[in-house]
Ligand binder design. Structure first.
Ligand SMILES: Nc1nc2c(c(=O)[nH]1)N[C@H]1C(S)=C(S)[C@@H](COP(=O)(O)O)O[C@H]1N2
Ligand SMILES: [Mo]
Length: 497
């Protein structure tokens, strides 16, 4: 049989894979840090986690929020490190795109460059006892032989095959299952993995599998003979081992330098990094999820007890007084690019001709979830009453919550706000909710009115809404990024993943 060797495309994609995987691992750790707890249940009740990477205790006697549970990891393990969930996610998605494209090219060539696929796919049952035999050989501190016509011994073949054809797709599928837009549109999909939190836990176990594979793989390369093995990956043959070692070391130095430069850039110029990363990530996300609308209807028995809170209620006098009077003086003002600006009382909203109730899964960007029932008015009906002008494109949700006034450790100035475009406004499950689980919206969850946009992450669902401004463009509002968290925490404004 002809030697399969180490063709150029295999060596090239292997190099790209190292770059993308190293960024995926660090950015994955960054994302985990923002909610360092793992669950098998979607309610994520405090204390029900099966694994936790934090020792922080939450106070028993006063309101705490999911932001208080966050951990800040060092830039050595996380990119970019510290309090950088937004950028960490953008690094993750950028590298997901590169890594998947690399994988597609690799697998395509594995089959196009016939019969290269046989290097990974076993063609006889003999491989299984053979792999076991190889394992025993390794345990006796010897290197198993490579069978004729093969590039790897049987254990290597099975391991590499499993990494390429099982672990990589598993990581992609469990990752996709965490998208709020996908799970809103196809609730059956996340059930394949149990539910959202089991997909998240499995994605984490996949990370552990990757790190273990990389560690063992590198160790075995050294055991097999570093120079000889690296020569295969650099030159495609076993010759020129010394030159291969020099090139490998130089490449490792270059990879470390790339990590340092990108990390520093991301920390020092967060706004530029946000724009640069999103310039790649957003068009891909949009093209995949643009038309996705929510069709969720969880069962009443799925409703989560004690859902988490993020964001503390407004601390201003005006709001407190209103809350004490059952929001009798509350007005929702709709203004801006509309023919008929309006002001609605809570009573008017509650007695609006159309009422909508939906039981949905709330996804916080940090990673926790809960199921709740929301009742309210379809948003587009309110806006249509006000007759938006033709140039109107976005809705800006203004709130009573002055962040530095209500948060002990505010991450930015001014009042919380958020924007959505008209497309999201028109989605069937986009409502202004005034009830949660059959009762008036509690103060911590946004009383008297909050937005629900069920294909999006939680941070888009503005609580304590006092007004809706209809605009053509949001660049003059706040810091111009489309929302308070986008402005101050560098989140992307599209939140379907
Ligand atoms: N006004 C305001 N709305 C907000 C926030 C906030 O801090 N202030 N946090 C958002 C985030 S990040 C999430 S996850 C949800 C949390 O909703 P809940 O507290 O009702 O669970 O509210 C969103 N709406
Ligand atoms: Mo959130």
């Amino acid at each position: 049989m002809e030697d399969l060797g180490f063709p150029w495309w295999l060596r090239g994609t292997h190099l790209l894979n190292i770059i993308f995987l190293s960024f995926l691992i660090r950015s994955g750790i960054q994302i985990l840090a923002s909610h360092p707890k793992l669950y098998w249940n979607d309610a994520c009740k405090h204390g029900s986690e099966w694994l936790s990477f934090t020792t922080k205790e939450m106070p028993k006697d006063k309101l705490w929020t999911s932001q208080d549970e966050e951990e800040y990891y060092n830039s050595v393990v996380a990119i970019p490190g510290g309090d950088s969930l937004g950028p960490g996610r953008q690094w993750h998605f950028l590298n997901v795109i590169g890594w998947i494209l690399t994988g597609v090219v690799y697998v395509a060539l594995l089959f196009l460059d016939w019969p290269q696929w046989t290097r990974l796919v076993p063609t006889s049952w003999e491989v299984i006892p053979g792999a076991f035999q190889n394992f025993v050989t390794y345990l006796s501190f010897q290197i198993p032989p490579i069978p004729p016509g093969e590039e790897y011994n049987y254990l290597q073949k099975l391991t590499y095959g499993a990494v390429v054809f099982l672990l990589a797709p598993f990581q992609i599928l469990t990752g996709a299952a965490m998208s709020p837009a996908l799970s809103a549109r196809y609730p059956w999909y996340i059930k394949l993995f149990g539910r959202h939190q089991s997909a998240r836990s499995l994605h984490f176990l996949g990370l552990v599998a990757w790190i273990s594979f990389v560690a063992i793989h590198v160790f075995m390369v050294v055991v097999h003979g570093f120079g000889k093995e690296m020569a295969k990956m650099v030159f495609g043959t076993e010759e020129h081992a010394e030159a291969a070692i020099v090139i490998t070391i130089a490449s490792i130095v270059a990879l470390v330098a790339l990590h340092i430069v990108t990390t520093k850039f991301s920390l020092n110029y967060p706004r530029r990094a946000q724009h640069a990363l999103l310039a790649v990530v957003s068009p891909v996300r949009r093209s995949l999820l643009r038309r996705v609308t929510s069709a969720q209807n969880y069962d009443i028995t799925d409703i989560s007890p004690q859902p988490r809170v993020n964001g503390r209620p407004p601390a201003g006098e005006e709001y407190k007084r209103m809350a004490e009077n059952g929001f009798e003086e509350y007005r929702l003002d709709v203004y801006g690019l509309v023919e008929k600006p309006r002001s609605f009382s809570l009573e008017e909203l509650r007695t609006f001709p159309s009422v909508q109730t939906q039981r949905t899964l709330h996804h916080c960007i940090q990673g926790w979830t809960y199921v709740a029932e929301w009742t309210g008015v379809p948003l587009h009906q309110i806006i249509e009453l006000c007759e938006p002008k033709p140039e109107a494109r976005y809705l800006v949700f203004r709130t009573f919550q002055n962040v530095p006034e209500s948060e002990p450790e505010p991450k930015g100035p001014g009042n919380f706000y958020g924007t959505i475009d008209f497309e999201l406004m028109n989605h069937p499950q986009t409502i202004l909710a005034y009830e949660m689980n059959g009762e008036s919206l509690p103060v911590e969850h946004g009383a008297p009115i909050r937005l629900r946009v069920e294909t999006q992450l939680g941070f888009k669902m503005v609580k304590w809404v006092c007004a809706i401004e209809v605009v053509e463009d949001y660049s003059h509002i706040g810091k111009g990024q489309g929302g308070w968290r986008e402005d101050n925490q560098y989140y992307g404004t599209g939140a379907g993943i």
